[in-house]
Design a protein around this ligand. Structure first.
Ligand SMILES: Nc1ncnc2c1ncn2[C@@H]1O[C@H](COP(=O)(O)OP(=O)(O)OP(=O)(O)O)[C@@H](O)[C@H]1O
Ligand SMILES: [Mg+2]
Length: 278
């Protein structure tokens, strides 16, 4: 996954809220990179710094120290008045509570964030996105008449409206039942694989690990180095790198959850790598 340029890069990012004795180190020298086509899930307990991490990653909040780069643009040194453009063009946000405007229809909610919301092109693109997410029959519905899963799909369509490189999701399944949560997770995975976008999700919902290529643990504002995971190319499960069974193939290391997966991989590696790269 590390080939190509990182869409999101953070170097030694620290965020301190407040000062003096009341200072809270929400993030403490965090390094992070994410690449096109991958889903990275950041997990951690309440107060670990997940939302802080995500809002800094999306240029909604400035770090106290450190450097953040989105799609090759170093945003930490940009003037405040340039940040809205970076956010609009490069980043799509998906929220736990959907954040839809109640007075606007699904279609209008998606159009609203576009550069030129009234153009025919924008209307068509908003419609296409909603249709792609199975909401062709709900274009003109107000949020109050949509189910939670439908609202979140409008939220996902809106996040993609400006064709961003980076999709950031804060607890996207927290307000959904298990089936709707599953659907939303699969959509996020599809966006990474089929549209080749970078998807970063923060969550404490363990189910979300299923769609991750990598899972990182944040605790007290730091990534725990001891729990690094990679995806088993055969069964698709995240595997803790430490102590995992491994195979070297064409210069890369692959990690497996069990001997059975390792043996299947060794027999026909290309079959599984093509499935991963699809
Ligand atoms: N605006 C703020 N002012 C002061 N402290 C804050 C602020 N926002 C967050 N914090 C503190 O920073 C730490 C990290 O908060 P953050 O919201 O990033 O955690 P989180 O991992 O998203 O938690 P949760 O799972 O509950 O959403 C917490 O100790 C929190 O109390
Ligand atoms: Mg949070």
């Amino acid at each position: 996954m590390s080939e190509g340029n990182a869409v999101l890069r953070m170097d030694a990012v620290t965020k301190v809220y407040g000062s003096g004795e009341a200072a809270v180190f929400a993030l403490d020298k965090v390094d992070f990179e994410a690449y096109p086509g991958e889903v990275v899930v950041v997990m951690g307990p309440s107060g670990a710094g997940k939302t802080t991490f995500l809002t800094i990653a999306g240029a909604l909040l400035r770090p106290t120290e450190g450097r953040v780069e989105i799609a090759g643009t170093e945003i930490t040194s940009l003037k405040e008045n340039r940040l809205p453009f970076v956010r609009r063009e490069r980043v799509g946000f998906i929220f736990q509570n959907f954040n839809l405007l109640e007075a606007l229809t699904g279609l209008e909610n998606v159009r609203l964030v576009m550069m030129d919301p009234d153009s025919r092109g924008s209307v068509n693109r908003a419609r296409e996105l909603l249709e792609m997410f199975g909401l062709g029959h709900r274009l003109n519905s107000l949020p109050k008449n949509l189910s939670g899963g439908e609202k979140q799909r409008v939220g996902i369509a809106r996040a993609l409206a400006n064709n961003p490189d980076l999709i950031l999701a804060d607890e996207p399944t927290a307000n959904l039942d298990s089936k709707r949560g599953q659907e939303v997770m699969q959509l996020l995975r599809q966006i990474a694989l089929e549209l080749h976008r970078t998807v970063v999700i923060v969550s404490h919902d363990h189910r979300i690990r299923e769609v991750a290529h990598r899972v990182l643990w944040l605790e007290d504002g730091r990534f725990r180095a001891d729990v690094i995971t990679e995806r088993d190319p055969v069964c698709g499960r995240p595997v803790e790198v430490e102590g995992a069974r491994t195979v070297e193939y064409e210069g890369s290391t692959y990690y497996f959850c069990a001997d059975q997966c390792l043996k299947l991989f060794e027999a026909t590696p290309r079959r599984f790598l093509e499935a991963v790269e699809e």
